[in-house]
Design a binder for this molecule. Structure first.
Ligand code: PGA
Length: 248
């Protein structure tokens, strides 16, 4: 099996630093048991825990097992963006991946395709890997066209090489566990959209699936994609370790 990406998006969780440490300790336990694990595991904590997670990784064997991600990035490095966190700051914390265009930001905070496009360029400029989320709000007539437009706008002006440096996560909003009535996409639905992404961006584009991924369905999604973006299930080390175990 090719190397897969298992990405944990903690969103605004957990509540305390102690809980964050506990999750990491739990995940560390997996690597003691499965030392030969050969996939990429990326943890994206909220910014307030990033420095601590970075330190824990530096001071333990976890540093060689997982990589650090961020959930967002500022639109510039000019230091006058109150409340934001710059690419420079992320670089200093050894962050290697940054999520861009998560649907939480697109739909709840009105982040446009143009902003996401700009953020991808900034992430690349800082030598980090953009994890770019793409996905429709609802599965309704014509959603494929919406998806194609979103992809075209989001990646506008990026070269083939730059797109190859990205990971694309197909995350339909209706499948994300926090959406009322959410259910994971069927494999057919997910594959249909993964194919649309590859048609638009190139057949070698690395595409992940996200939306209600858990230990019960990870095997199937890992079978049709380059990896999974895991939200809720990544906050429970036992469940997350099961997903890692499936990917091994
Ligand atoms: P979920 O979240 O796995 O809880 O559905 C995925 C995401 O929003 O990135």
């Amino acid at each position: 099996m090719e190397k897969k990406f298992i990405i944990a998006n903690w969103k605004m969780n957990p509540e305390t630093l102690a809980q964050a440490r506990e999750i990491l300790e739990g995940v560390s336990g997996f690597f003691s048991e499965v030392p030969e694990f050969n996939n990429s595991v990326v943890i994206c904590p909220p910014f307030v825990f990033t420095e601590e997670v970075s330190k824990i990784m530096e001071m333990s064997s976890l540093g060689s097992r997982i990589e650090l991600g961020a959930q967002d990035i500022a639109l510039g490095d000019d230091k006058s963006l109150t409340g934001e966190v710059s690419g420079e700051m992320l670089n200093k914390l050894n962050v290697r991946y940054v999520i861009a265009g998560h649907s939480d930001r697109r739909y709840k905070l009105d982040e446009t395709d143009e902003i996401v496009n700009e953020k991808i360029k900034i992430i690349l400029r800082h030598e980090m890997v953009p994890i770019v989320c793409i996905g429709e709000l609802k599965r309704e007539e014509g959603y494929q066209n919406l998806l194609r437009t979103q992809i075209k706008n989001t990646f506008s002006g990026l070269s083939v090489d730059e797109i190859k440096r990205c990971l694309i996560a197909y995350e339909p909003v209706w499948a994300i566990s926090t959406t009322p009535g959410a259910r994971a996409a069927t494999l057919e639905d997910a594959l249909g959209s993964i194919n649309i992404i590859r048609e638009e961006l190139g057949s070698e584009t690395r595409v992940l699936y996200g939306g209600s991924v858990g230990a019960d369905n990870a095997q199937e999604f890992l079978g049709i994609s380059d990896g999974v973006l895991v939200g809720g299930a990544s906050l429970n080390a036992e469940e997350f370790n099961k997903i890692l175990d499936i990917a091994k």
